[in-house]
Design a binder for this molecule. Structure first.
Ligand code: CMC
Length: 392
């Protein structure tokens, strides 16, 4: 048996090579397939970015049209899937239904279990991207007890997601183009982030040749945690608490520094970014734009800005190189769009789908790939005798 090196949290362990996403955490650089995130945020759309991540190149006009119309055509889900959603208790967290429904897709599309057929793989990829927003919106409607709103093939990806979540049969609903653009931007910014916790989970589960639906369901489960995708929900809850307690930002920062408090400044810190998170910069700039275009103010944005200011001037955060991450301001935008707090992590999952898919596909296409199987250093008892229950 060879020597096993311990690397808690895999801080220094490269688990794979990848051509998908480049990050320079010192310089705050993020590129998808070589293209800077700032350019994609300004010029691309989510379906185009998804195509880029999954296929490795920007689509031609025809490729993009075909891809986008396939996503529209496949957006409906089987009526029986609604019955599964119906059967969940109204108190369910939407991430629980999302993960379960993603897994359930494998029973509605059993051919997806065959991962050796390229056409089947491509079809499954389209099905996931097309159907998950419908499932996400239905999860939300379930929580509200409102009727499901079906996808509309005349709307864009982001417009559809907003309409399916926010429209009600009792009143006319027209998607606000500024809101759709803001959501599209959020999806682009979340689309991939190399070997984060959920993507590494996807690669590990997928390395057992598990089908794509089941593999993505595992990514959704990993994302749910408050140290990962669940942080956006935790940030808004934190900002709300500070607001309700009178807006004393300094007091909260002091608590976050106190190790005995078990409190962290949610939306701050990152394993890789040690200077700034370029996504957080883009989102912060778009917060002001979105709120003013939609003629909305938000006391939580003011608290977030003050919190950032106080933390960035504090030795504790400076020494540890803790900066606002992607989750710090994203909740403020989701609130402006009318998306409730418990759906934030679901929105993150919608954005991350292409990244998970791209990594699963890249992993499958790697010559000589092996099943993921980390090692351990055993620290349990040495050999000992089995004690019958009568002697214990
Ligand atoms: N507030 C207060 N202290 C912190 C924070 C924070 N948000 N983040 C890290 N620290 C401290 C930590 O206590 C430790 O201090 P010390 O050296 O004295 O023991 C030091 O900074 C290093 O922290 P770490 O936990 O070893 O860092 P990590 O790379 O393992 O964790 C992190 C990264 C993002 C999980 C962590 O910074 C954190 O918990 N942040 C808050 C949750 C959050 O915003 N998560 C979203 C991450 S970005 C999007 C995503 O990945 O989904």
């Amino acid at each position: 048996m060879g020597l096993v090196t311990l690397d808690p949290g895999y801080g220094n362990t490269g688990s794979t090579t990848s051509k998908i996403t480049f990050i320079d955490g010192e310089k705050g650089i993020l590129r998808y397939r070589g293209i800077p995130i700032e350019e994609l945020a300004e010029k691309s759309s989510f379906p185009e970015t998804a195509y880029l991540l999954i296929n490795g190149h920007l689509p031609t006009h025809t490729e993009l049209d075909d891809f986008a119309s396939e996503l529209s055509n496949q957006a409906m889900i089987h009526e029986d899937m609604k019955r599964i959603i119906d059967a969940c208790p109204a108190t369910v967290h939407p991430m629980a239904i999302l993960g379960s429904m993603c897994l359930a897709l494998s029973s509605f599309y059993p051919n997806s279990i065959n991962i050796n057929n390229k056409e089947e793989i491509d079809h499954t990829i389209t099905l996931i991207l097309a159907k998950m927003p419908t499932i996400a919106a239905f999860c939300y409607k379930k929580l509200l007890g409102q009727p499901y709103v079906y996808p509309n093939s005349r709307l864009s990806y982001a417009e559809n997601l907003l309409q399916m979540m926010l429209a009600r049969p009792s009143e006319p609903f027209v998607v606000d183009p500024d809101a759709a653009r803001a959501l599209d931007l959020m999806l682009i910014l979340h689309a991939d982030h190399e070997q984060n916790c959920s993507t590494s989970t996807v690669r590990l589960v997928g390395s057992a040749e598990t089908n794509l639906f089941a593999t993505i369901a595992s990514g959704i489960c990993a994302l749910w945690g408050p140290l990962h995708g669940g942080a956006n929900e935790a940030v808004v809850k934190m900002l709300q608490r500070i607001h309700e307690e009178g807006g004393d930002v300094e007091k909260y920062v002091a608590k976050a520094k106190d190790k005995s408090s078990n409190v962290r400044l949610m939306g701050f810190g990152h394993r890789v970014y040690k200077n700034f998170d370029p996504r957080a910069r883009i989102i912060k700039a778009s917060c002001d734009r979105v709120l003013s275009k939609m003629k909305k103010g938000d006391a939580l944005l003011d608290i977030a800005k003050r919190l950032e200011e106080v933390a960035l001037a504090d030795e504790y955060f400076v020494e540890r190189r803790l900066y606002p991450n992607v989750d710090f301001y994203s909740g403020v935008i989701y609130r402006a769009l009318g998306i409730p707090t418990n759906m934030f992590t679901v929105m993150f999952a919608m954005g991350r789908l292409p990244g998970w898919i791209a990594h699963w596909k890249e992993m499958l296409e790697t010559p000589g790939r092996r099943i993921g199987r980390p090692r351990q250093i055993y620290t349990g008892p040495a050999k000992r005798r089995y004690l019958p229950v009568s002697e214990r």
